[in-house]
Ligand binder design. Structure first.
Ligand code: PLP
Length: 395
């Protein structure tokens, strides 16, 4: 039998310590390895597989579009991207869309738009305030936006123009705002930073501050968007509207696509200001349109909210049983449990042995981001495995 992991080590750059598991197939909330073993997937491609693996809405759209038209470039009009843009605009508070290929590209474009706004309307203001423990992607600029030293240090100097301040602290944003500030950029819930949920009034106070200063609010909904937290977009739960919003991950249910959206008032690009060869590619847009349409028409966000609550309740029961669980946090199906020591990796490996894929988001925290189509039955199964894994890690 081919040793794929050995070949991976031989040919791939060693940029990540992979879990020793070679996945070859997926269906719904389950995946199979190269030895035929089945796993329940609570990692979901890092919060990407919104409709689960190989959902027929997505595979049918891909099959049909792949026989029709795959790539044209942005030089020409194409139908799938217009349909996707219309769907996103009609179901959000934003008016215009730019389609790209990944999360970092969406954020990078969002920040370029804010800087363009600053140059046209705010006397050249260019700084963007972001938060500590955030994650916005791995381009050089998004590394500077990401408020985590471990991502910035290997690449010094990172680009100028970002100030990282404490999350969930409006005073920190106020103190960092100057005449050079064009925008504040935030995740409604920090995902990679550990599933950190801010105070209920944080986003509304930031919104009010941005309004007072005439600067833009960019929400990075790359992880929280497309139903993940129980509404189509997380901002809906906070009673505010962003000026610019970045999307990716669940937008294509596994097909690589990103987008940023803006209010008409912030949509200041002129021809030539931005672009992407593959952006708006008919194949990915057809899959994304099918994904988002299915999510809206079948209230998949509502499912994420209900099943997420069921999972939260189950995790809280485990917390009663295992006092080394410090907290259960998150919304919808973006959840985490914290531990009082650094046992997350060990719990992940025990879960793996028992057939559950989970994510170590911090040395002392596990994150759960399963497909949004799961039901209580899968949650019960996951909780049983987690219970066993926790009991064997309790000592
Ligand atoms: C909130 C957020 N923004 C941006 C990104 C970067 O997305 P990508 O990995 O597609 O570049 C991520 C990825 O985890 C993310 O969670």
């Amino acid at each position: 039998m081919t040793d794929w992991q050995e070949l991976d080590r031989k040919y791939m750059m060693h940029y990540i310590n992979r879990t020793p598991l070679t996945l070859v197939r997926g269906e719904g909330s389950r995946v199979w390895d190269d030895k035929g073993r089945e796993y329940l997937d609570f990692v979901g491609g890092w919060a990407v597989d919104s409709l689960g693996h190989c959902h027929p809405a997505v595979t049918n759209a891909l099959a049909e579009q792949s026989r029709t038209l795959i790539q044209t470039s942005g030089q020409f009009y194409t139908i799938p991207q217009v349909r996707l843009a219309e769907l996103l605009v009609n179901n959000s508070c934003l008016d215009k869309v730019f389609i790209c290929n990944s999360g970092l590209e969406a954020n990078e474009g969002a920040v370029k738009l804010a800087r363009r706004y600053g140059s046209l309307k705010l006397n050249g203001a260019y700084e963007v305030i972001t938060t500590l423990n955030s994650f916005h992607g791995r381009s050089l600029a998004m590394t500077a936006a990401t408020g985590q030293a471990k991502f910035q240090e290997p690449y010094q100097p990172v680009p100028d123009g970002f100030k990282n301040v404490e999350y969930n602290n409006i005073e920190a944003i106020k103190a960092a705002t100057t005449s050079q500030t064009c925008a504040v950029m935030l995740e409604p819930i920090q995902g990679e930073g550990g599933v950190n949920v801010p105070a209920d009034n944080y986003l509304s106070t930031v919104r009010a501050w941005c309004d007072q200063r005439g600067i833009l609010l960019i929400l990075d909904e790359i992880q929280t968007g497309i139903g993940r937290t129980g509404t189509l977009f997380a901002y809906e739960q906070y009673g505010i509207e962003p000026d610019i919003m970045a999307l990716a991950k669940g937008l294509g249910s596994g097909v690589p696509i990103g987008a940023f959206m803006a209010k008409d008032s912030a949509s200041v690009f002129a021809p030539g200001d931005h672009g992407a060869t593959f952006g708006g590619n008919p194949l990915t847009c057809a899959a994304s349109y099918a994904t988002v349409k299915f999510i809206i028409e079948n209230d998949i966000a509502g499912n994420a909210r209900r099943v997420g609550q069921y999972l939260t309740d189950g995790l809280k029961n485990l917390q009663k049983k295992y006092p080394f669980i410090t907290d259960v946090r998150g919304r919808g199906l973006l959840l985490a449990i914290g531990f009082n020591s650094e046992i997350a990796q060990s719990v992940v490996m025990t879960c793996l042995e028992k057939g559950l894929l989970a994510n170590r988001v911090k040395p002392d925290a596990l994150r759960f981001m399963p497909p949004l189509i799961i039901g209580n039955k899968e949650v019960d199964e996951a909780l049983d495995i987690l219970d066993e894994a926790l009991s064997s890690n309790a000592s």
